[in-house]
Write a protein that binds this ligand. Structure first.
Ligand SMILES: Nc1nc2c(c(=O)[nH]1)N[C@H]1C(S)=C(S)[C@@H](COP(=O)(O)OP(=O)(O)OC[C@H]3O[C@@H](n4cnc5c(=O)[nH]c(N)nc54)[C@H](O)[C@@H]3O)O[C@H]1N2
Ligand SMILES: Nc1nc2c(c(=O)[nH]1)N[C@H]1C(S)=C(S)[C@@H](COP(=O)(O)OP(=O)(O)OC[C@H]3O[C@@H](n4cnc5c(=O)[nH]c(N)nc54)[C@H](O)[C@@H]3O)O[C@H]1N2
Ligand code: SF4
Ligand SMILES: [Mo]
Length: 787
């Protein structure tokens, strides 16, 4: 630890002071350590019995930490100074919500089953018997297509791998996905389309080295607060990077920007076409590198040719000179880091827009080099592991469902017939999965660690789907969420800190999180629950042995290591013991290696050959599968794909009835549907209820002022919220999506719809299938005395 070490002891401090004190550093220097620590009121450092190694699971940053334990309870947290991700720091969610949320009295402590319409406590045996009876009956009578599994970006790697094998080799259903579909499906899709496989090319050390940072639809100051602290320290140090921000709102990052492109929601692709065009028109491309390491240049150049800065400016609602300036910065700087997140992934033409960011890097040969990092960001802490292990429908180990050799490899590992593993059609994506429930073909739906009754678009429809009496709904969670309240069986899960497992952050960095305390009541780890189901269902290998005979997380992890062997995400050189020695280890690290590959594709070789690639690619306009024959004919063979699509614009543009563009996203103090952050007294007090952000001119036009209650209506629903007049782009309004159906508990007299997703639309990107949460048309008027 250094001189600059500070210890956070005063709980209110880091609610207000989100990023903590500055520790400035210059380009290429080491980011100074600073250890953040928070202990419960009345607990002194000397009172702590043990500190237990972990990492924070409240965003994809994955900050290394230790959990404080006293008398068998979690009583606080501190950052790990030796961790490459956070160098000791933690943000407000990590400091407060992680252990406060888990330790809350609201936790589920026994299974619940529905009797005469009401959820009542039951034993594990009763609850699991109900699950297994229904599952077995449907498998026998209807077959595997009657089953759907909808999981998370918040479980541990071991748990996803268990679920992946159960779903693919036990049940044999293609209907498996995660809330990762809502979160990072486009990260995965754009990496696969451009480079042949998932996996972030860059790492966080690139932030220390870069000369410019481009944030595409990414409010990193609110959503990865510790990564933003790193950037703030660069901005305050010598040789600060230029900062270019693409976001319709005046976010904290936009306030520090060299260029802020406040685009209209849904118009990202127009802007990206202009940036790519400028690079080509000004000769800022590395032509030799492009010729040697990419395919598709001519088509891309043709696609963007007409997209002058003036044309894009008109579509996006920004100045042409600002587009020129952003392009100049990208085109004339050698070390640029780009990060892309929900402003692109959940907006119109998500994959085509995100691939254009990849294209900018490829055109300049700026990949795999220090300071030239590309991060198609993750959001959830363990989204990466869901994608790797294949509980989201991908084939485990970044394998290609259309490649018979890849399918055979899995069949051999799992000891089953390859025909059992669904690979006759693309895996079912979440939106289609819910459609099958709506139509009645999926009749057994198992939801783990996600709250779709708040987080999916168009909630009135989702509520109907989840409430269908003929669907058997199993919900596995920590609390009785809006979704759990609709279940037939609720299974109480052990949380972070109450179970052991690994997870991988957005820069491929793996952490081990050890069990610190016992789960409350009868709650069990998700891994134990999945293994119990497999046992009770008697799933077996061809040789008669049980399909899953693991006794705990380390067995599961070892099995996963085998599955990853030789694949791009090779974990064979990263054991639990290694993770106990080193705080945070990046993949790939192969057996026998003692160092990791920091940056992928440093040699300009990409996994695009037909036998290596994770998929054969898609048409980015329509989503049509390229297929093996055409992919072979393209002869990419180790070169990256330059590809995009013609601009089409947002799905539901504003019109006379619904004249405003509605977009949604996050606030600093809350995580998603607030199951943990809402149970932290400090974080709850910082943002207790929903609001609507609107530009001053739009408010004035409607005779509205800051603090007025407004009603926001779309074609699908309504919410009521107080108005915040902000620096948002005129014509656009924004609401955070954290708040559930109602702002008062059921039974209270005053209940108002507050969930942003009452308003959003059932649409998705044609390639990644990620739902569109960032563009819909709404009207706003003064609320009629409702609040
Ligand atoms: N505090 C907090 N942090 C979190 C989370 C959380 O819930 N709370 N969740 C985690 C998860 S799972 C995720 S996925 C990440 C998400 O992290 P971010 O992507 O940074 O978060 P969002 O607020 O969803 O969206 C980012 C920005 O997109 C802008 N935007 C909206 N529409 C458009 C558009 O059409 N174009 C462009 N260019 N921008 C647009 C919004 O104004 C918003 O500021 O955060 C992670 N970290
Ligand atoms: N309008 C709008 N909607 C959005 C978004 C947006 O920007 N705008 N963003 C989307 C994105 S990016 C995301 S990631 C989703 C998030 O949406 P959700 O996944 O629905 O949100 P969470 O509240 O994180 O739900 C996770 C659930 O898992 C439980 N949980 C936590 N840990 C464990 C565990 O170890 N085991 C078990 N069994 N349960 C656990 C929590 O209590 C919680 O109920 O929302 C999406 N929806
Ligand atoms: S930045 Fe993310 S991982 Fe780090 S402490 Fe905050 S919420 Fe946790
Ligand atoms: Mo997410």
């Amino acid at each position: 630890m250094t001189e600059q070490e500070t210890t956070t002891r005063e709980p209110r401090d880091r609610v207000e002071d989100v990023w903590g004190s500055r520790t400035p550093f210059g380009r290429g220097q080491h980011w100074p350590e600073r250890v953040d620590q928070l202990l419960a009121d009345g607990v002194a450092e000397g009172d702590v019995d043990r500190w237990v190694r972990s990492a924070c699971v409240l965003c994809s940053n994955g900050c290394g930490c230790d959990i404080a334990v006293k008398d068998g309870r979690m009583v606080g947290i501190r950052g790990r100074a030796d961790d490459p991700i956070n160098h000791g720091r933690l943000g407000p969610k990590g400091l407060y919500a992680s252990w406060q949320g888990v330790g809350h009295r609201d936790r589920l402590t026994t299974p619940l089953v529905r009797r005469d319409g009401v959820l009542v406590p039951a034993s594990w045996d009763e609850a699991m018997s109900l699950v297994v009876e229904r599952s077995r009956a449907l498998l026998d009578e209807v077959g595997p297509l009657s089953h759907g599994f909808y999981t998370s970006g918040q479980l541990f790697l071991e748990e996803y791998y268990a679920l992946a094998i159960i779903g693919k080799a036990g049940v044999g259903t293609p209907h498996m996905d995660g809330n990762t579909r809502l979160c990072t499906a486009t990260a995965a899709a754009s990496l696969k389309e451009s480079f042949g496989a998932d996996g972030q090319p860059g790492c966080y050390e690139d932030l220390d080295e870069c000369e410019a940072l481009f944030l595409y639809g990414h409010n990193i100051a609110a959503t990865q607060t510790v990564a933003w602290a790193r950037v703030l320290d660069r901005l305050d140090g010598p040789e600060p990077p230029a900062l270019v921000v693409v976001d319709p709102r005046r976010t904290p990052v936009a306030k520090r920007a060299t260029v802020h492109l406040a685009v209209n929601p849904g118009t990202n692709l127009a802007l990206m076409h202009a940036l790519v065009r400028e690079l080509i028109a000004n000769g800022w491309t590395d032509d030799a590198w492009v010729a040697e390491h990419t395919v598709g240049f001519d088509e891309l150049a043709g696609q963007v040719k007409e997209w002058t800065p003036e044309r894009a400016a008109e579509v996006c609602g920004v100045a042409a000179d600002e587009i020129r300036e952003a392009a100049r910065i990208f085109g004339t700087t050698d070390r640029v880091v780009s990060t892309v997140l929900q402003g692109f992934y959940q907006s119109a033409q998500a994959t085509a827009s995100s691939c254009q960011v990849n294209n900018l890097h490829l055109l300049r040969g700026m990949i795999g080099k220090p300071g030239a990092g590309l991060l198609q960001m993750n959001g959830q802490p363990t989204a990466q592991n869901n994608r790797e292990t294949g509980a989201d429908g991908d084939l485990s180990g970044f394998r290609n469902w259309e490649n018979e050799t890849h399918v055979q490899e899995l069949a051999t590992l799992w000891g089953v017939d390859p025909q059992v593993i669904p690979h006759w059609a693309p895996p079912t994506h979440a939106m289609q999965l819910f459609r099958y429930v709506e139509q009645g073909s999926i009749r057994f739906l198992w939801v783990s660690a996600t709250n779709p009754a708040v987080s999916l678009p168009q909630l009135a429809r989702i509520r109907d789907i989840l409430s269908k009496p003929e669907t058997f709904l199993v919900v596995q969670d920590l609390y009785l969420t809006e979704t759990a309240a609709l279940a037939d069986v609720v299974l109480p899960a052990a949380a972070w800190g109450e179970k052991t497992g690994t997870f991988t952050n957005t820069t491929r960095t793996v952490h081990l999180s050890e069990q610190a305390v016992d789960p409350p009541g009868e709650a069990r780890s998700d891994l134990d629950i999945f293994l119990d189901y497999a046992r009770r269902m008697d799933f077996r290998r061809i040789d008669g042995r049980p399909l899953l005979d693991w006794s705990g997380p380390e067995d599961a992890y070892r099995a996963w290591q085998e599955c990853s062997r030789g694949r791009p995400c090779d974990y064979t050189g990263i054991s639990y013991d290694d993770l106990r020695r080193e705080s945070g280890i990046r993949w790939p690290r192969r057996e026998g290696e003692t160092t990791s590959t920091d940056r992928l594709y440093a040699d300009g070789r990409f996994p695009t050959s037909p036998d290596e690639c994770e998929n054969y690619g898609h048409d980015l306009l329509t989503g049509a599968d390229v297929g093996p024959e055409k992919a072979k004919a393209l002869r990419a063979d180790g070169r990256a794909h330059l590809k995009s699509a013609p601009y089409t614009g947002p799905h539901e543009p504003p019109d006379a009835d619904y004249p405003l563009r509605f977009t949604t996203g996050r606030a600093i103090h809350h995580f998603h549907t607030r199951t943990k952050t809402g149970r932290s007294p400090e974080l709850d007090a910082a943002a207790p209820s929903v609001w609507l952000e609107m530009a001053e001119s739009d408010a004035a036009e409607r005779g509205l002022a800051d603090g007025d209650d407004v009603e926001v209506r779309s074609r699908r629903g309504r919410i009521v919220a107080p108005l915040r007049v902000t620096g948002i782009q005129p014509g656009t309004v924004f609401a955070p999506f954290h708040y559930g159906y109602w702002d008062a508990p059921p039974g209270a007299e005053e209940r108002h719809p507050t969930a942003a997703n009452e308003l959003t639309i059932t649409e998705w990107d044609p390639v990644s299938k990620q739902p569109v949460f960032k563009t819909a048309a709404v009207q706003v008027a003064r609320a009629k005395g409702e609040r």
